[in-house]
Design a protein around this ligand. Sequence first.
Ligand SMILES: [Zn+2]
Length: 355
Amino acid sequence: MSTNEWPDSKWEPEEIIEGLWRLRTPMTSEALPWVFAYLFKTSDGLALFDSGHGTTKAQTALKAQVEGLGFMMGDIHSLMISHAHPDHLGMAGWIKELAPDCRIMMIDVEADWYSDNGRGSQNWVQQNNLWMIRHGVSESEILAEGKTFNKENDVGDSGDRDRSWFSSKINPDVLLQDTDLIEIGNWSLQALWTPGHTPGHLCVYIPNHDLLLTGDHVLGRITPNVSMSPDDEHSGRDPLTEFLESLEKIGQYKTSVGLPAHEKLIPELSARCSELIVHHANRCAEVMAGIGESRQASASDISSRVTWNKPFAGFSIFKKRMALGETLAHLHYLEGRGEVESHADQATAITWSLT
Ligand SMILES: [Zn+2]
C-alpha cells in the first residue's frame, strides 16, 4: 500500500494554536508524499492558506478533515494561495464550487505569471526541448527517453494526476502586494512577497503569534527548487537573486515557528534561512568549479558536475531539465556579479566561462 493513501488513521489535523490547524493532503508523487494546508477559524467562518492538488484523493482528504473539525467546506470565505503550483492551487476551483463566496487571494505578480504561462501546451513542450538543446543537452538524449519532455511527468506516476492546473484556470478575487494587511474575521495577517521559487510567492506573517506561513519558500529539510525557465531567460529574470533576498527578508521576522507547505514545522526559521543561503553559496562554488574543469562549458555539462541529492548519471530527462534550470539560476546569478560570462553562438550551444 502506498504511503499516501487516505484516510490515514495516524493523522489528525494538527492544532498549531487555538483556531489554527494544519491539514494534510496527498501529493501525486511518492518522493514528497504530502502537502499541508493551514485552516483558520475566524469570527465569520473559515480561511485557508493553500489548498492541495486538484485530485479526488486530495479533495476527499481535505473535506474529511474540515468536517472532522465540525465545519463545512461552504464556510470557507477566504483562500490565500502561496504560489501557482498545482499542489498549492490545484484544489482552488473545486473549493470555489463548494464555497462560491470564497475570495481567492494571490500576490499580484503571481497572478500575472500564472495567467501568462502556457504550460502543458504543445508549444511549451517544444520550447522546453529547444531550450535544453540550446544549453547543451543532445537531441538524441531527449528522444532516447521514448517521448519528448512532457510537463505531466512532474506529477509522478501514481495514476492520480492533477490536470486542473492545465485545464481550468482560476481567477483570483484579491490581488495582494508586499506588506498588505489581510483582515480575516478576528485575525490580522500580513502578506509578504517572497519571490524566488516563483516570481510572486506569498508568505503570510501572523504577528500576534510570531508565526510565519512559508509555503514553499522555506522548507525544513529539502531545499526549495529555484530554477530558470525559458520564459525567465527571455524576460531577464534572476530567480536566485530574488530567492536570496527573500530569505534575508523572512529571516528578519520574529518567529516562534515556521509553518511550511511540506514536511516538518521549522523551529528556527531564521537559522534555516541562513542555512539555505549557505547552501546556494556552496552550489555557486560548485558551478564555478564545474566550468573551471574545462575552461568553457555548456550549462548541461556544468549541471552534470554539481552534487545533487542523487547521482546525475541516473537522472531521467525530466530530472536533467530540473538540474539544468537550477544550474542556470546559479549561472545567471554569478553573471550578474561578474564572476562568469556566457558565449552565444548560433551554431552551437550557449557556453559559460569564468571571467
Ligand atoms: Zn512549488
